[in-house]
Design a protein. Sequence first.
Lengths: 420, 663
Amino acid sequence: MTNRRAFMKSGAMALFATGLGGGLPSFVARAAQSQKLNQPYKKGKVLVCLFQRGAMDGLMTVSPYTDPALKAARPNLYMSPAATEGKLFDLDGRFGLHPALEGLFPYFSEKRMAIVHGVGSPNNTRSHFDAQDYMESGTPFSKSTPSGWLNRAVGLMGHDATPFRAVSMTNALPRSFYGLEESLAISNLQDFAIQMRGNPMAANLAAKSFEELYDQTSSSILNRTGKESFDAIRMLNLNTIRNYKPADDVVYPASPLGNALKQIAILIKMNVGLELAFAESGGWDTHFNQGTANGAFARNLKDFGDSIAAFWKDLGAYQDDVTLMTMTEFGRTVKQNGTGGTDHGRGSCLFVLGNDVQGGTVYNQVRSLAKEELEDGRDLPVSTDFRSVFSSVANAHLMINNNQVLFPGWEGASLQLMKG
Amino acid sequence: MQPPRFIKVFSIGVVFTVISAYTPAPQSGTGLSKIHLPYAKAGLTKQQAAAHLLNRFSFGATPGELDAVVSMGLENWLQQQLQANLPDEEVNKRLATGYDALAMTNAQIVNTYVRPDQALQIGVAKGLIRRDSIKVAANTADYRNIIRTLMDSANLKPVNELHRQLINQKVIRAAYSNNQLQEVLTDFWFNHFNVSLTKNQSQQYALTYERDAIRPNVLGHFSSLLEATAKHPAMLEYLDNASSVSNDNNVTNPRLNAQLQKRLEKRADQLMEEGQTQQQARLMKQIAAQKKNEGLNENYAREIMELHTMGVDGGYTQKDVTEVARALTGWTLYPNSEFGAGSAQRKILERIGMNTLLQRGFVIQGDFLYRADKHDQQEKNILGHVFPAGGGYEEGMRVIELLSSHPSTAGFICKKLATRFVSDTPSADMVKKMTAAFIKSKGDIRQVLITMVEQVDFWKPANAHEKVKSPFELTVSAIRATHADVQDPFQVFNWCARMGQRFYYYQAPTGFPDNAAFWINTGSLLNRMNFGLAFATQKIPGIKMNWAQLNNNHEPESVEQALTVFSEILLPERNQEENIKRLLPLVKDVRIGAKIAAAADKAAPVTGGEMKMAEERPLKKQERKALAKNSKQPLQIPYTAGTNSPIAQVAGIIIGSPEFQRK
């Protein structure tokens, strides 16, 4: 695998460029010229955000199992550390981690993973659409905010652009990435090429032609982006991606999420300038037959936990640079519904994993689940604003210090869950 | 399927809107002033001007269209487009089968095209399935099967099929409609008043939204568009006005509030009887009280000012937003579902009876419903205008009138139109003149467009080709330029999605940004190139074209001639010499590549021109090898035939080239 840092360190810029079979990538050249960065590919910090669409049941994922109200409200869904009640991993004598997350439990024990409970939006909408929109734009009471919070984060970091600075492993650009800063949505890195089905030779010729045409165009944006596109193709090296072998013993789940996280790991290891990565996982809208230690929810949660665990192991020496944060638009009703599931609620929980995380703690203001303590008499109240978590991670890990731009109109305090 | 709608009352305003939208304008004497297009002053020939006009006012020229526009006169073509009443047999033919939703009412659609959860609800209500029977579903696949069987037996169809029809009809109309400007503007105004299929509550209404609220009004007065979108279920749901109710029912509507209170108390009593605890009954009352106090939703009020009319710097305050929201309380949709909560609400309305509702100030216009009982009746002050206490439905109409005639609105809308039609950064002078026309004509969109094309600025070479096509414009312009036959329009959607435009799915009410920087990034640009190649070499299933036919079945005599012919078809009135100079070496390469590929495939086509090795570069070692491998096979590669023909490949390169991305 081409390691850009190695080249930079040895000062073998020319060698690197020759290796690419053409001129120096234009954005390398621009970056090198700029005053901002002496080393254009200085290894940077990476934040990986994972959106669980559909509203994950936080009360089953990280269960306040000692609360008798929970057992009463969920006779068929209740779990505890007891062998007969699902064998939760006991986190602190009050909260238990779902057994399907056995892959993540060690990171909690090693204090590298933090959990935040009762987290959500101050806007009490229980519409998936609205809640996701508010969480991703970062403005819970304004729909017209044109940009997403992660796009603003990219802008605030202010580093030189590479095509892979902000990458979403999705078909379409997520709301979080809307905005002025260039970002890339791609569900399969292997698509990043000039392709002609069944005619690779013609594809090569076409690529050559395109490169020349874009090099000559009078439109500056097409000219610049064209150059960057072909540089990026060479950087990615499809053979490397195709033949990628994760670190020893690491097996990614054969699922869309596993695949997305694997490709993010590839980008991180390739040192292509990735700073923000986005992936998503679905199937959390468990209105029926949620199950407990087994069943639909447990299967989904296992995929979620195993994918993250595989990603983290695979990163190996890169772990110091990476923080992974999960999020979901809201939680689910405390009470089980009539079809063995749960309906739309308010507070849920999220995970933050990284070596600069003060882990091993369930950060929470969660009180009793007795009815009079619940929001609208039915839901776990939102006691931690999602922005206080997101800003904390962005401030500490990405060195962003302008929460007024990151979350316009928000005047709350960040939750201190990061080291330093 | 259609629920018995007991009465529909149209207000004068709506009748007027409908008439103005559906009555075809007379062929002559349209009331539009004679148009003068000052392209010569900008140094453009008539041909060049026609090309520019087609680039901006249509989804791209079809073969021969440019000459046709020149011969009929640019002004006449424009007049025709502004009337938008040309017959559209091709579109009608293509939409004749497989598009039943296009003729359905909202009520028919919501009771036919349903989400899985709605299907379940309907199944339970019809007694086709027991609610708890889904418990037998062990996994998602089983669940899907149950739902599928249920849908078949209840004559329901998946909502995705509705979306397919919406998406496909957009492609078909853009590619084949004779009323091109109407389609360009439908795209523009839908995006301006964006609603999204990503929102469950509004997705079933998007089709009728475009059909009834947008398309009939795109060349009318701005206020008609604003009113039609404000009252359409899609917008009412998308920006939540449908559920926005007065915070002050208690004060303003004592009688209705007493009724509400009575109902809630009754429900609390029921809970007691059902053996629930007193505590739960108390909670029930608490919820009722909370609901009463949390009724106002400002989303639509904010966006109607910020995004639809005045613009973020248009000079309104947060107080105005709240006041507009209050004036629009009670603006909702007529419950049209046969099942679930909608059905229950409809029954309540029917039980009360039309006469009583009208007496109470309710208004019903098609699917729009004004609920007087949800309206905030206290005094309001909007943009300096006092709305006295005791008002009702007419307050919303007054808001629409105030906003559509506000000078900030004229400026905001005209800048957006100029950005779409002229340049990403239109000149202040251009916008100023358009704004004046907007104000003078009371928001007549046609007068604004005419004013725009009457500016020399519109025709300046600096503005020509400076707009980058959206992915939708790119795909449709390729289809039009090649007379392609689109049997599977959804393929266009798939490609647009890969290039960054999942149309109808843009989540934010802002709509897609309209500038080159948004559309062009490394990933999307590579996909544009790949689209060009896949399209031209006929690798996109369900989209076919005939390259030979485009040249009247004449096989070009030389590489140069082939290039000249097909660059002119794809990029009319551009600098062909420059294009050809750049493309010539490429086509020679491609031709050799095609020979090698053909040799390797042992499938060389039999017709066509001879090999002209002399005009091509010497073969590389590797290529000679490949050719030698099959030297017995006569190598005759025609320019145009076959999917891997040199022309197909070069056309693919042209469509993926920077020039073709510009309009």
